[in-house]
Design a protein around this ligand. Structure first.
Ligand SMILES: [Fe+2]
Length: 239
C-alpha cells in the first residue's frame, strides 16, 4: 500500500506537486476529525487511504484548467467533475476495497444533493466521504498556490459553518470547529495560514492525544489492514 501511494504521489508530482501536498494535509485534517468522532479502525484506514489518493483523478485535468486563476467556465468545471471517476478507474485494477474507491467517488457529494458526480444525498453518502469533504475544503482554503492565494483558516471555518447541514454533515462540521477552537495547530498539523499568506512550516509538533496518527503510523496501520484484507498477497503488504 505504501508503495502504491508513493508511486501515485510521484506520478502526480511530475506536473502538479501542489495536489500531492494537498492530499497529505487533507489526510491529517480528516484523520484528526475521524479520531475525534470515534471512527472505527477499519473505517479510519479506509479514510486514510482514500484521503491520500482522493484527487488522483486530477491527473486527467489539463493544467491550464487546474491552475486557472478565478472562475471556471461550465465546460471547464465539467472536466474537473470527472476526477473522482478517473481516480476510481485508475485504482480499479488494484482491487482496492470498495469502501476506499467509494469514499474517493463521493468526496464532492453534498448532503442536499447538489454535489457531484452522482448528486447523492444525506444518508447515501458514506461517513468517510463526509469527513473527507470537510477536510478537503478546509485544506484547500488554507493552502497558498501561485494562482490562488490562501483565504485562511478563519474563512475556512466560516465556510463550513455556513454550509453546515446543507453541504456538510453537522457532526463533522461541529467536530472540526471544536478541534479548531482547541488547537488550530493540532487540527491543521502546522501553523494555519492567514489570508493571502503561505502556510508556515512547523518543526516538532506538540505531543497531543489527538495527534498520534503520524504519517508513519498511518502507513503502518494501512499495511496491517491491507494484510488482513488480502492475506494471499503478502508481497503487496510488506513493501
Ligand atoms: Fe477532489
Amino acid at each position: 500500500m505504501q508503495a502504491i501511494i508513493q508511486v501515485m504521489d510521484s506520478t502526480i508530482a511530475v506536473r502538479d506537486p501542489y495536489t500531492v501536498e494537498h492530499q497529505k494535509r487533507t489526510t491529517h485534517i480528516a484523520t484528526t476529525i475521524a479520531q475525534d468522532l470515534g471512527l472505527s479502525p477499519a473505517n479510519l484506514v479506509t479514510l486514510v487511504v482514500a484521503s491520500r489518493l482522493h484527487d488522483l483523478g486530477k491527473i486527467a485535468v489539463p493544467m491550464e484548467i487546474l491552475c486557472k486563476p478565478g472562475r471556471l467556465t461550465d465546460p471547464e468545471f465539467a472536466i474537473i467533475k470527472t476526477h473522482p471517476q478517473v481516480a476510481s478507474d485508475i485504482l480499479k485494477p488494484l482491487n482496492f476495497p470498495e469502501g476506499i474507491t467509494q469514499t474517493i467517488m463521493q468526496h464532492h457529494e453534498h448532503l442536499d444533493g447538489s454535489g457531484y458526480p452522482h448528486g447523492l444525498e444525506g444518508r447515501e453518502i458514506m461517513m468517510e466521504a463526509k469527513i473527507l469533504a470537510v477536510a478537503d475544503v478546509v485544506e484547500a482554503m488554507c493552502s497558498h498556490r501561485p494562482y490562488s492565494p490562501a483565504l485562511g483558516i478563519e474563512k475556512a471555518m466560516e465556510e463550513i459553518t455556513q454550509k453546515r447541514g446543507i453541504f456538510y454533515d453537522p457532526a463533522v462540521v461541529d467536530s472540526c470547529l471544536r478541534l479548531y477552537q482547541e488547537s488550530p495547530v493540532v487540527l491543521m498539523g502546522e501553523i494555519p495560514s492567514v489570508a493571502g499568506k503561505p502556510l508556515e512550516p512547523l518543526g516538532a509538533l506538540p505531543e497531543r492525544a489527538t495527534y498520534d496518527l503520524s504519517p508513519e503510523l498511518q502507513e503502518k496501520l494501512v499495511g496491517h489492514v491491507w494484510q488482513r484484507l488480502f492475506p494471499k498477497k503478502p508481497r503487496m503488504v510488506m513493501h
